[in-house]
Design a protein around this ligand. Structure first.
Ligand code: NIG
Ligand code: FE
Length: 407
């Protein structure tokens, strides 16, 4: 059954933009009074609404009243929203002057979320996750990458990935799971970092593959987590097992992004500490540079050098990093808009970073723009010009959100 939706005051299809490098708003294609023709969850045509209506006189029409701007659904390509409990105490300690490392060493940090998450059964985890997914969908995010990494044992990691799968079955969003068992060395593991990674390669990753629970692996490269050589070896072996890989890179210290590029990772994420050397490497690679302004806001730290990355020619995506510790807010649009003001990013760079370029970070070629054959994941803002959306710095939310499986 075909369906025509419109008219929209403006449609920004986000098509035809280069995958890498700086973008000017003049490069944005803006379709006035447009409509979208959809069949079985896929876009058949994006064109002038009246033209589509006369070319397809028999289709069902969802008439949009009032001025709206239509965008592709956002793709949040980096989150950790499968968790139980809270780390509000960490936040208060941090704002009282304690550092991330000091908080971790005094019983807070990632390990605190691991112990809280381990106490939750799969149903509880799934229900907590569904609420967060629904909030994201209401805010226009239709594809969400979700990492494990608060289980850190075979059973608890599998439980997280299973909860992500169940939440995906029960919500309209597309959920893309990633195994982040290499988040930190769990305190109860009897062995060193290298032994833990080998343990994961032997006992966890093959099970994840066999159960079809994820095809992505991530590792946190940092002084408090894993070193570059152990991580590179782990990623190479994960790739041999058939996983796509991503890296938590250059958050506090450098080293991670170089590993990401050597491992031909889909993305290197964080990059707050990246300098000119790392920027050049990323710009000359096929690895997507994922910036996480929510972590900068949550930790009270500088943003990743988004402007420099784009000017150097990198493919830059923007994700929320939504997690209980460093990025508890989870409002992707607000974070992207606020970083854009500080880093001087054009609307084209922000919207591409939240859609087509974020799709590249997840290696998804069926979404991220509005054109024939793409998924009908879309969101409409109640305004008459796309510039209003970033101008309102996240306060203007979409009034309508569609996901492909609604059709
Ligand atoms: O992306 N940097 C490592 N991992 C998460 C933090 C998770 C946490 O603090 O619980 C991040 O910021
Ligand atoms: Fe993260």
């Amino acid at each position: 059954m075909k369906k025509l939706i419109g008219p929209f005051k403006q449609i920004l299809p986000l098509t035809g933009l280069p995958l890498k490098g700086a973008l000017a708003d003049e490069q944005l294609h803006i379709l006035p009074n447009g409509g979208v023709l959809i069949e079985d969850g896929l876009i058949l045509a994006v064109d002038d609404f009246d033209k589509l209506r006369s070319n397809y006189p028999l289709v069902q029409i969802e008439e949009i009243t009032g001025d709206h701007v239509l965008l592709p659904g956002f793709i949040d390509c980096h989150t950790h929203i499968c968790f139980a409990g809270s780390r509000a105490k960490d936040y208060a300690m941090r704002n009282s002057g304690k550092t991330y490392l000091e908080i971790a060493q005094s019983g807070g940090g990632i390990w605190d979320s691991v112990t809280q998450t381990r106490t939750a059964d799969e149903v509880t985890l799934t229900n907590l996750l569904i609420k967060r997914v629904q909030r994201h969908v209401a805010e226009g995010v239709t594809t969400i990458e979700i990492k494990s990494g608060y289980g850190l044992s075979v059973d608890a990691e599998l439980r997280q990935l299973q909860a992500i799968k169940s939440a995906g079955d029960k919500t309209n969003a597309s959920l893309i799971s990633t195994c982040l068992a290499a988040h930190i060395l769990p305190k109860d593991f009897d062995g060193n970092h290298q032994e833990y990674l080998n343990y994961l390669l032997q006992n966890l990753l093959p099970v994840i593959k066999q159960k079809g629970l994820s095809n992505r692996v991530d590792v946190f490269i940092e002084q408090s987590a894993f070193n570059t050589s152990d991580a590179l070896n782990y990623l190479a072996k994960a790739k041999q097992l058939g996983f796509e890989v991503a890296v938590h890179a250059d958050q506090f210290t450098t080293g991670g992004s170089e590993v990401a590029i050597k491992a031909r990772a889909a993305s290197a994420d964080h990059l707050e500490a990246s300098g000119d050397y790392e920027i050049k490497l990323l710009a000359n690679s096929d690895t997507v540079a994922v910036t996480l302004p929510g972590a900068s806001l949550g930790l009270g730290m500088p943003y990743a050098p988004a402007r420099k990355l784009l000017n150097a020619g990198a493919c830059l995506a923007i994700a929320s990093d939504w997690n209980p510790g460093s990025a508890p807010m989870g409002d992707l649009l607000m974070q992207a808009a606020v970083m854009a003001a500080a880093e001087k990013l054009s609307a084209a760079e922000v919207f591409a970073g939240l859609t087509s370029r974020a799709a590249q970070a997840l290696k998804l070629d069926d979404r991220g723009s509005l054109s024939k054959g793409k998924l009908a994941d879309m969101q409409a803002y109640p305004c008459d010009d796309y510039c209003e959306i970033l101008y309102q710095q996240g306060k203007l939310k979409p009034e309508m959100v569609w996901t492909a499986d609604l059709f």
